[in-house]
Design a protein around this ligand. Structure first.
Ligand code: DC
Length: 400
């Protein structure tokens, strides 16, 4: 094949051991091999480097935490591109382990971010891990291999081989005495009143178990959103709304995205009005019936942490683990107020508490699928407990 080199992107990442940890140095360079017009500079320029940057991370071991992060951004199409350099310093304190890639994407992938530096740092993250393994698995002078205490979370969102769904996992697990992971198929339910912390706990439990997270309140909210938008109320109106509405979800470990007739409404349904409307329509049998099959269908593969009001009682009575999460009304009101204030600084605590109490009564007193602790559920009162404490209790109960 006749080919001519016109552009080269080089990404080189090197890991050095320093005695106290690792230094990871990365370079990214884009080079053109012919004179050309640069749209970003609005001029013709000679062949040469268009992007040239270096990043240096000092990483402590064995915790693999970035101690310092610095960037040199030499060649860039526009001087403004250099602004991103300061942000690189914000990586200090970040552990390079599970979730690292997501964090880097969040920091550098946004509107004011930089794809080049993001790509470079992502490569550096997994290269740092290779450096880590290279350090620990190296045969040293005394002919011995040093083994780190294996920590699964160090397998940065990277190589499937070693992950708990990969082919080497079982061997590794045995060698390292890691307790057997849960079979993937379990259904874990978390029920409880508004503001009890269900979402936070369910998300974290899902993350730790590599399960999917299902927020069933989001389904009721999504339907309420459409009902409010169309001005529909009453049983008949809602019955036809249910018939003609397509509700779909996409589940991740920390997020349930909901789509109403193909429209992503995830970001629009977390308002007090929609919460109240969801509570009202959720008392109607026709609504519950419509969403029952949606929920069961989503969970049929298992490997899910589902939170709501009737998970363990009605939707998944056969769930493998059931929890009922509660907290005092004051504590729940305070949490919900802090959550809503993030979006609306004007919101008043009293109104939030009033709404919560009203929803509590509606959710607990309704005839069909009322909120109550499911049979066999472990009841956790989270008043005064930290997220870590509650998650710890839940995981401990599952492990047992
Ligand atoms: O959890 P949430 O605040 O997003 O739920 C909104 C309303 O939806 C709640 O007040 C009652 C209803 N709901 C329900 O009836 N059953 C569920 N499994 C989840 C929510």
């Amino acid at each position: 094949m006749d080919k001519k080199l016109i552009h080269r992107r080089s990404v080189i990442v090197e890991s050095f051991e320093t005695g106290s940890g690792l230094v990871i140095e990365g370079r990214l360079q884009d080079e053109r091999f012919f004179p050309s017009y640069y749209y970003t500079r609005e001029s013709f320029v000679d062949p040469g480097v268009i992007h040239g940057m270096r990043v240096r991370l000092q990483v402590s071991m064995p915790d693999m935490t970035i101690r310092t992060a610095e960037a040199e951004i030499g060649e860039v199409p526009l001087p403004e591109c250099r602004e991103i350099r300061e942000s690189v310093g914000l990586l200090a304190g970040t552990p390079i382990r599970k979730g690292f890639s997501g964090k880097v994407r969040g920091m550098f992938g946004g509107k004011k971010g930089c794809l080049h530096i993001m790509n470079l740092i992502l490569v550096m993250g997994s290269a740092a891990m290779q450096g880590f393994w290279a350090y620990y698995s190296r045969v040293r002078k005394d002919d011995r291999v040093r083994k780190p205490a294996f920590d699964e979370s160090l397998l940065v969102d990277s190589c499937w081989l070693w992950r708990s769904d990969g082919p080497l996992w079982e061997k590794f697990r045995k060698a390292q005495n890691i307790p057997d992971a849960l079979p993937r198929k379990h259904i874990i339910t978390i029920d409880g009143p508004a503001g009890a912390g269900k979402s936070t706990i369910a998300r974290e439990v899902a993350r730790r178990l590599s399960y999917r997270y299902l927020d069933t309140g989001a389904l009721y909210r999504a339907l309420a959103y459409k009902a409010l938008r169309k001005g529909i109320s009453g049983e008949e109106g809602l019955a036809s709304l249910c018939r003609e509405t397509r509700i779909e979800v996409r589940l991740d470990q920390d997020k349930t995205s909901v789509f109403v007739d193909g429209e992503d409404v995830t970001g629009r349904i977390r308002t007090p009005e929609i919460g109240m409307a969801a509570s009202e329509i959720s008392a109607l049998p026709v609504v519950r019936e419509a969403l029952l099959s949606v929920q069961r269908d989503i969970a049929k593969e298992g490997g899910i942490v589902a939170e709501g009001r009737d998970m363990g009682t009605v939707v998944f009575p056969e769930a493998d683990f059931k929890f009922f999460l509660d907290a005092s009304p004051e504590e729940r009101g305070r949490r919900r107020f802090l959550e809503l204030r993030e979006k609306d600084p004007e919101i008043e605590a009293e109104g939030v508490l009033r709404d919560l109490e009203k929803r509590d009564i509606q959710d607990r007193k309704r005839k069909i699928a009322p909120l109550k602790p499911p049979k066999g559920a472990i009841i956790v009162d989270s008043t005064g407990l930290s997220v870590e404490d509650v998650v710890g209790n839940v995981i401990k109960a599952i492990d047992k």
